[in-house]
Design a protein around this ligand. Structure first.
Ligand SMILES: Cc1ncc(C[n+]2csc(CCOP(=O)(O)OP(=O)(O)O)c2C)c(N)n1
Ligand code: SF4
Length: 305
């Protein structure tokens, strides 16, 4: 990330390329990240969008995209992206499309698709070294259908399908590590609340060919139960507490791009969201909060140089 044209937020593009007025929820952290990514990506792109909240972006005959958008079933975005990439390559090879008019092929999925039912198709696409950008907006649940537990739901969170006193008993799957195990061209975690870090990663991803992951934490007012005006604050807290490590993978190495200097206790993040309210009310569950803190501490101890 050393060679970058983004040194301060003043260097970030100010034009809003993605159209506004979509029926997404107010304060959607996924949409916030997508706006920023699209500003850098531009209109010379084809979005292959798996079923999920972002389906709502393009309601025929309207679209906020300047380029094309293709809708697929939940598991099929990587296969759709392969078809589009192949078609573009054939048009260029046959001289029916000038190479300079080539388009960036982008898969856009929620975490249910990316971590769950679309994972096998994604694995195949990375293995075939498909030249595509894979954007995940990770709202840690099946948001579009009412925030049921997904393979990205964090330990202890209440969801529509885990309403018991302990919340979700399982663990969030580590999609970043799964991508890295495939040795992709590039992989990065990001969050819309850290736009400079995000922009540098998108800039890097766009300078490379091959399978590239942009995995964005997506604070979700509707599914996580918080006031939409707190989206940025919650995104920043996810980073400051160490719960959402900002990092990138390139050429076999993982680098943390914004490690929290002095980590804020995880409860500062947990207490902002209704999905964790059972950890504080009617009685404070210090044991459960300490359990979540211990997981975060163990992560950072393991990656410390
Ligand atoms: C194979 C399949 N099963 C179920 C559905 C119904 N469905 C549509 S969107 C959705 C939730 C998708 O969740 P996620 O990928 O996390 O995206 P989000 O809704 O959070 O944006 C489901 C279950 C579907 N479209 N296809
Ligand atoms: S449910 Fe969450 S992720 Fe989906 S549009 Fe609403 S805020 Fe965004």
């Amino acid at each position: 990330m050393s060679e970058t044209r983004f040194h301060s937020v003043k260097d970030l593009p100010s034009a809003r390329l993605l159209g506004t007025g979509t029926p997404m929820c107010a304060g959607c952290g996924g949409l916030q990240a997508l706006h920023q990514i699209y500003n850098l990506l531009g209109g010379r792109s084809v979005f292959v969008n798996a079923a999920g909240c972002m389906t709502l972006l393009s309601v025929y005959p309207f679209t906020p995209f300047r380029g094309s958008w293709l809708y697929t079933a939940m598991a099929s975005a990587p296969a759709g992206a392969q078809g589009v990439r192949d078609a573009l390559d054939i048009l260029i090879a046959q001289g029916r499309m000038p190479p300079e008019e080539d388009l960036q092929v982008v898969a856009l999925t929620g975490d249910g698709s990316a971590y769950g039912m679309g994972l096998s198709a994604t694995s195949g696409a990375i293995e075939r070294e498909l030249d595509f950008l894979y954007i995940v907006y990770d709202n840690e649940g099946y948001g579009n259908t009412g925030q049921q537990t997904s393979p990205a739901t964090p330990h202890g969170a209440r969801t529509a399908t885990c309403r018991g006193p302990g919340g979700f008993a399982g663990e969030k799957k580590d999609l970043f590590a799964i991508w890295c195990a495939h040795k992709p061209a590039y992989a990065a975690t990001l969050v819309g609340a850290e736009p400079l870090d995000l922009a540098r990663k998108v800039e890097t991803a766009l300078s490379i060919k091959g399978p590239r992951l942009l995995l964005a934490l997506a604070p979700c007012p509707t599914g996580w139960d918080f006031d939409p005006r707190h989206t940025v604050e919650i995104g920043k807290l996810a980073v400051k507490t160490g719960l959402w490590p900002l990092k990138e993978y390139r050429e076999g190495r993982v680098v943390h791009t914004k490690p929290p200097m002095r980590r804020v206790p995880v409860e500062r993040y947990l207490e902002t969201q209704g999905r964790f309210r059972h950890l504080f009310e009617p009685t404070r569950r210090d044991d459960r909060i300490a359990e979540i803190q211990a997981r975060v501490d163990a992560y950072w101890e393991a990656v410390a140089p």
